[in-house]
Design a binder for this molecule. Structure first.
Ligand SMILES: [Zn+2]
Length: 322
C-alpha cells in the first residue's frame, strides 16, 4: 500500500527537480516516529523510476514492480529492530556500483539510519561523498542530531511535520473508507502521526491497549514502591509493548501539562479529559514536567538498547506519588 496521506509537497518538489535534471543523489527524510517517512520514501522511489506522465502513475511496469517490492534497481533496508551493520553497507555498495537494470536510477532506502553502527555510517559516507552516477541514496531518521554531521551535510534534508488532524481524518475516510466518527477519533489520537492512525486501523486491540495503559498510569501514580517495581518487572518482558506504553504515557503527561496551563482544546487524549482534569489539579508543574522528560528519556534509552527492566524501574520510581 503506497497511498500517502499528506506530505504531497515532497513528491512535487522531487518531480520538479527531476524535470530540471537536478535530482539530489542523497536525500534525508526527518520527522517524528510514524509521521510517514518510510511511506513517503517508497513513493519517491516509485516516482524516480516511473515511466508514466504523472509520477508516480501506479500503473506502469516500474510502479507496479516497486509496489510489489521486486524492482531490480531498488534496495530497501527497513528494519526498526535490526541494527544496520557495515557488512550490509558493503553489499549495498557492490550492487550500487552496477548500472541500473531497468530503471533510470538505482535507489537505496535505509530507514532508521540513526540506529546504524558507526562503522556502517562511516562506510556509507564514502558513497555519499562520491556517489556512482545514477545512484540515489535515501535515509530516514527522527532528526538530524541523531546522525553524523558529515552524513547530514551531504544530503538534501526533507522535514516531515505532523499533519493537521483534519487532513488525517479526511485521508482515512477517502482512502480507507473509515466512518466519520472513528476517523475523527483516530486522527485526534494520532497527534499528527498518520502511521499511528493506520496502525490503529489494522490492529483492533490497539485502542483497548491504550485504554488499559492509561488506566495503569493513573493506578501507578497512587501505587507504592513495591507495586511499581512489580509492574516494571511484568511490563519490561516485552520491549515493543513497553515502547508503545511509554508513547501513551508521554501523550498523557503532556496532556496533564496542557490542562494545567488551561489549554483544554489541544490535548490528545480528549476522551479522557474527565479523568485527567482533576489529576492535573492535584499535581504541580514541578511534578509533571520531570515526568514528561523522564518518560521521553526512557524511550530514547530503550532505542539505545539500555536494559528495559532497569530503565523502567528508574522511570516508575521517579513518577510523582499521589
Ligand atoms: Zn509509473
Amino acid at each position: 500500500m503506497t497511498t500517502v496521506i499528506g506530505h504531497e509537497w515532497v513528491i512535487a518538489q522531487l518531480n520538479q527537480q527531476q524535470e530540471q535534471g537536478r535530482v539530489p543523489q542523497s536525500i534525508l527524510l526527518v520527522g517524528p516516529p510514524n509521521v510517514g517517512k518510510s511511506t513517503v520514501a517508497r513513493q519517491v522511489m516509485q516516482s524516480l523510476n516511473c515511466q508514466g506522465d504523472i509520477k508516480p502513475c501506479q500503473n506502469c511496469l516500474a510502479c507496479r514492480k516497486t509496489l510489489h517490492g521486486n524492482h531490480p534497481d531498488l534496495f530497501i533496508f527497513d528494519h526498526e529492530e535490526q541494527t544496520l551493520k557495515i557488512e550490509t553497507i558493503r553489499e549495498l555498495q557492490h550492487s550500487l556500483a552496477l548500472s541500473p537494470v531497468e530503471g533510470r536510477y538505482r535507489v537505496a532506502l535505509l530507514t532508521h539510519f540513526d540506529k546504524a553502527t558507526l562503522g556502517a555510517a562511516n562506510a556509507l559516507l564514502k558513497t555519499l561523498e562520491e556517489p556512482p552516477p545514477q545512484v540515489i541514496i535515501m535515509l530516514t531518521a527522527p532528526d538530524t542530531n541523531s546522525l553524523l554531521a558529515t552524513i547530514v551535510s551531504r544530503c538534501q534534508i526533507l522535514t516531515l511535520r505532523p499533519l493537521p488532524q483534519a487532513e488525517i481524518s479526511q485521508g482515512l475516510q477517502t482512502h480507507w473508507q473509515v466512518a466519520l466518527d472513528q476517523a475523527d477519533l483516530l486522527a485526534q489520537l494520532a497527534g499528527g502521526r498518520v502511521g499511528w492512525a493506520l496502525r490503529a486501523l489494522q490492529d483492533e486491540h490497539l485502542l483497548t491497549r491504550r485504554r488499559e495503559r492509561l488506566q495503569d498510569l493513573l493506578t501507578l501514580l497512587a501505587a507504592n514502591r513495591v507495586d511499581r517495581m512489580n509492574y516494571a518487572a511484568k511490563l519490561s518482558q516485552d520491549v515493543a509493548l513497553l515502547k508503545e506504553t511509554l508513547v501513551f504515557w508521554i501523550t498523557m503527561s503532556r496532556d496533564l501539562m496542557l490542562l494545567q496551563a488551561g489549554c483544554q482544546t489541544e490535548i490528545i487524549n480528549f476522551d479522557w479529559r474527565e479523568q485527567l482534569q482533576p489529576l492535573a489539579r492535584r499535581l504541580t508543574i514541578n511534578q509533571i514536567k520531570p515526568m514528561v522528560t523522564e518518560l521521553r528519556q526512557t524511550l530514547i534509552n530503550l532505542d539505545r538498547n539500555v536494559n528495559p527492566r532497569l530503565s523502567m524501574d528508574v522511570a516508575l520510581l521517579k513518577l510523582p506519588r499521589l
